[in-house]
Design a protein around this ligand. Structure first.
Ligand SMILES: C[S@@+](CC[C@H](N)C(=O)[O-])C[C@H]1O[C@@H](n2cnc3c(N)ncnc32)[C@H](O)[C@@H]1O
Length: 186
């Protein structure tokens, strides 16, 4: 995979640059992941794989520059909520939503994704790491309604069986998409 920058490989330097560029405090214990945006073709495939429908509500936990929110609203007719720790990124995303006239469809909560209430979500998107996915599992089990979907870019939810796995190649880098469908209540 020539040219690929993955979190596992080039990570410390990439993390430092990403954090500095986006005004994040790398040393903050709340900062669980640097801002590494999902490429747009991967965003599209994630939302297609999740079968996001018009009127549904998507949550992106750690929404960065809000790109997943905007695609969800503009291309899929959904509504979207982003949770973002970085005040700078959250402010930028809110400003972009206003500039696009999408303030009624896009909401950004500045805060820690580990405290997010995802009960209203039909689809939750993640680009975090396995350890963080692991921490989110109890919340998802407790809060997500049957039939809702969790879509994770590159990092599996260990121990959960994906209903779908897809790969997308962008700029010689292979991205993996894992879709999990919440089971019916027994
Ligand atoms: C890998 S980026 C993914 C951005 C976006 N979801 C995407 O796929 O393009 C991870 C994001 O999580 C944010 N983040 C890190 N720790 C967080 C936390 N505890 N609560 C909320 N957001 C957090 C970072 O600031 C960053 O924007």
């Amino acid at each position: 995979m020539r040219g690929a920058i993955t979190w596992g490989s080039a990570f410390p330097a990439a993390l430092l640059c990403a954090c500095l560029a986006h005004g994040q405090n790398r040393l903050s214990p709340d900062n669980l992941a640097p801002f590494v945006p999902t490429p747009e073709p991967v965003v599209l495939r994630m939302l297609e794989a999740a079968e996001l429908k018009p009127g549904e509500l998507l949550y992106d936990l750690g929404c960065g520059d809000g790109r997943i929110l905007f695609v969800a609203v503009q291309k899929f007719g959904a509504r979207a909520v982003g949770v973002e720790l970085s005040a700078k990124l959250a402010r930028q995303t809110i400003a972009r939503a206003r500039a696009l006239g999408l303030q009624d469809a896009v909401r950004v909560v500045e805060g820690n994704l580990l405290n997010a209430d995802v009960r209203p979500a039909d689809v939750v998107t993640l680009y975090l790491q396995r350890l963080i996915n692991e921490k989110l599992k109890p919340t998802f089990r407790r809060q997500l309604k049957p039939g809702s979907r969790v879509v994770s870019h590159d990092y599996e939810i260990m121990g959960w069986k994906p209903s779908r796995v897809e790969t997308v190649e962008v700029a010689q880098r292979r991205h993996t998409i894992y879709v999990y469908r919440m089971p019916p209540v027994e």
